[in-house]
Design a protein. Structure first.
Length: 136
């Protein structure tokens, strides 16, 4: 069985935000077994899975991405939406727009130190829409 559920996350400032608990709350009870596939419907934010314990990981991610993809590069042509827009598109493509997570015993079968991140690459990107697809 396949089920699609539209989810909306609240607005977050630029950065890497753990959203595992929010997603679980929005989804409600998970099936006993299956796969959760998440897709973000935006081009300037992404999804990834990484460490959920130490907040300095999120700071290091932000600092690294800002060094890799700088704002106000002279070769950018797509600049009408602000200095953070084109870099946000590039960063989102590097991170990706989907994650898939096994479901076991009505819960996400993540590692002990893993969580789902919303990677917000705009200074204020607004609410973010996701599609959750449950395969059971």
């Amino acid at each position: 069985m396949i089920q699609h559920i539209e989810l909306t996350l609240p607005e977050y400032p630029r950065g890497f935000h753990l959203v595992t608990d929010e997603i679980l709350t929005l989804l409600g009870e998970l099936p006993k077994d299956g796969i959760l596939h998440l897709f973000i419907k935006h081009t300037s934010a992404g999804l990834t899975i990484n460490e959920n314990a130490d907040a300095t990981v999120r700071e290091d991610f932000a600092n690294s991405f800002d060094r890799l993809v700088k704002e106000r590069e002279p070769f950018y042509r797509h600049t009408i939406e602000g200095d953070d827009d084109m870099p946000a598109h590039i960063k989102a493509s590097l991170v990706g727009f989907t994650v898939s997570i096994p479901i076991a015993n009505h819960g996400l079968d993540l590692g002990v130190w893993q969580g789902i991140y919303l990677c917000e690459f705009r200074n204020w990107g607004g609410r973010r829409n996701l599609v959750a697809t449950l395969y059971t």
